[in-house]
Design a protein around this ligand. Structure first.
Ligand SMILES: Cc1cc2nc3c(=O)[nH]c(=O)nc-3n(C[C@H](O)[C@H](O)[C@H](O)COP(=O)(O)OP(=O)(O)OC[C@H]3O[C@@H](n4cnc5c(N)ncnc54)[C@H](O)[C@@H]3O)c2cc1C
Length: 506
């Protein structure tokens, strides 16, 4: 079968690798000057920095993404290390203890910080274990078949029963069930800022997934109790680009093509069936087309509203997208490790997540005041900088479009302001900077061919409508971070693999 894929982000590459391996003829068209979408490593003056995503879940051999890499036969070509992240709040921090203090050290640290919430933290922990068990049965059932699957599903529902009353709660409701302190609630919900999603809009039980104890300390046992597994967080040795390379090689080794600087202008249809795509005015025939990227661009510009039902147009109009990121990449003549908590540290400047998100949604950039993330890839991959030097990235979430001025006009000013906030934690940062690269939402729009850059794709808003992978157009599949499975490599990679498997298996 002849398959055309639009976009060479991790969604397009995964689907392309699976289809090529199964013997299908694959061509990937990429509008940008290099493959990879946002899973890319950029380079300047001997320094390398990653764009998205900086830390990844589930790359172990027995974990969801690791298993796909094994099935593709490229697991051994992707080298990653189990990692952890640190959290700094305005008046306390969650720092991984030097000496391992047991799986509940974080709970104990929070009890010391919020003694009146000790009972709530115990209740939280009990539900955390139950939720982890639920996920474990879910993952096992996903891989099983026949009677084994039925049995696992039965155990899954049995585990779910006590959590059922909470299944319809949003994150605000769940947090209020355990805790009174707004500060403590924020410890668990702060990560939602990265998703541009208010706790009142986010599925409550999802909070457990975003707060894996393993992500704060890699020494915590992966299996906390029988059938209660957590997923590790990983850093990619040499940069996120190293994930793309084996997929690209696999596609090319099977005769597949990845054509860069080749924007698809049109998806060609005949009687509601795809027949191919148009690139540079030329028609390229295909039996199937898998499209990733910006949903509005794909459905409204490449297909045209006239080819869609009113309901489908409405569905696409109604998608809730995230906003963007502002990134400053630095080449450093200093070792930042004494000041950071490892490769990724989240610094929060506020406990008022709602105010911060509301401002961002109205085009007001907080300039670093409300928080930022510091990534130091050279802590796991020294080769990403010249010998003895370090690569460091500071990023914040930000509006795609500013209320006042443009990103291009204001990027230097914003970079300086952001670094001023960062210097509160990493003294001497600017003085020791040898080179820098600034990336704004405008750059990300160009990189991803989006009118609105949504850095993780769909915002995980509860009960939102979504665009299914299998579209109403015969032979057209929609994959990637704006499709039904949502954003993040952890969602995008397995879901596009599943789409490819569905096509392969008929
Ligand atoms: C700074 C940053 C940090 C992140 N951190 C996290 C995180 O911590 N957790 C998390 O879950 N996720 C995170 N993400 C999100 C995650 O990286 C993405 O959700 C995921 O990589 C998206 O993959 P994709 O293939 O769907 O999209 P993309 O990588 O955007 O790929 C789409 C590709 O399609 C191409 N394209 C579009 N239109 C056309 C066309 N007409 N013709 C040809 N090509 C076209 C684009 O050029 C692009 O290369 C982060 C992202 C960023 C930027």
């Amino acid at each position: 079968m002849k398959a055309i894929i639009i976009g060479s982000g991790i969604a397009g590459l995964t689907a392309g690798a699976a289809l090529s391996k199964a013997g299908h003829e694959v061509t990937i068209f990429e509008q940008y000057q290099r493959p990879g979408g946002v899973t890319t490593t950029i380079e300047k003056d001997g320094y390398k920095w990653d764009l998205g995503q900086l830390m990844l879940e589930g790359f172990g051999k027995d974990e969801p993404i690791g298993q796909i890499l094994l099935e593709l036969g490229i697991y051994d070509q992707v080298s990653s290390a189990v990692d952890q992240r640190g959290y700094v709040f305005p008046d306390f921090e969650i720092r991984t203890p030097e000496t391992y203090a047991g799986p509940q050290w974080r709970m104990q640290l929070l009890k010391d910080q919020f003694p009146e919430e000790a009972k709530g933290l115990d209740k939280y922990w009990k539900d955390y274990l139950r939720f982890s068990k639920l996920m474990t049965f879910g993952r096992k059932a996903d891989k099983a078949s026949g009677f084994a699957k039925t049995l696992l599903m039965a155990r899954l529902y049995w585990t779910l029963l006590p959590l059922l009353p909470k299944a319809k709660w949003n994150a605000d409701q769940l947090m209020s069930h355990y805790f009174k302190s707004e500060k403590l609630k924020m410890v668990f919900t702060s990560i939602l800022a990265d998703f541009f999603t208010l706790p009142s809009d986010f599925q409550g039980l999802g909070i457990f997934m975003l707060n894996s104890e393993l992500s704060f300390d890699k020494r915590v046992p992966k299996t906390l109790a029988a059938n209660t597994d957590q997923l590790y967080l990983y850093s990619m040795h040499g940069g996120i680009n190293k994930l793309n390379q084996p997929m690209i090689s696999l596609i090319e080794s099977k005769g597949g093509k990845i054509l860069i600087e080749s924007p698809v202008e049109k998806i060609v249809l005949e009687n509601n069936k795809v027949t191919g795509v148009q690139v540079g005015g030329q028609f390229h025939p295909a039996d199937i087309v898998l499209a990733s990227g910006d949903a509005k661009q794909i459905f409204f510009n490449l297909i045209g509203k006239e080819n869609l039902t009113d309901d489908y147009v409405q569905l696409i109009e109604n998608q809730t997208l995230m906003d963007s990121v502002f990134m400053v990449h630095l080449g450093m003549d200093m070792d930042p490790s004494p000041y950071v908590h490892g490769a990724v540290t989240y610094y929060y400047g506020t406990y008022d997540l709602v105010k911060s998100l509301n401002e961002a949604q109205n085009g007001v950039y907080h300039e670093g005041r409300d928080g930022f993330v510091v990534h130091v890839p050279t802590l796991h991959s020294p080769e990403m900088a010249p010998a003895g030097k370090h690569a460091l990235t500071v990023y914040t979430i930000c509006p795609d479009t500013l209320k006042e001025g443009t990103w291009e006009e204001r990027k230097e000013e914003f970079a300086d302001k952001l670094l001023t906030y960062t210097e509160k934690y990493i003294p001497g940062l600017r003085e020791k900077t040898l080179t820098r690269v600034i990336l704004t939402p405008a750059d990300f729009r160009t990189l991803t061919n989006a009118k609105h850059h949504a850095f993780g794709g769909l915002a995980p808003v509860m009960n939102r409508p979504y665009i299914k992978h299998q579209t109403p157009i015969d032979g057209l599949w929609f994959i990637g971070q704006q499709s039904e499975s949502g954003g993040g490599v952890f969602n995008v990679l397995p879901s596009s693999y599943k789409v490819a498997r569905k096509i392969i298996d008929g």
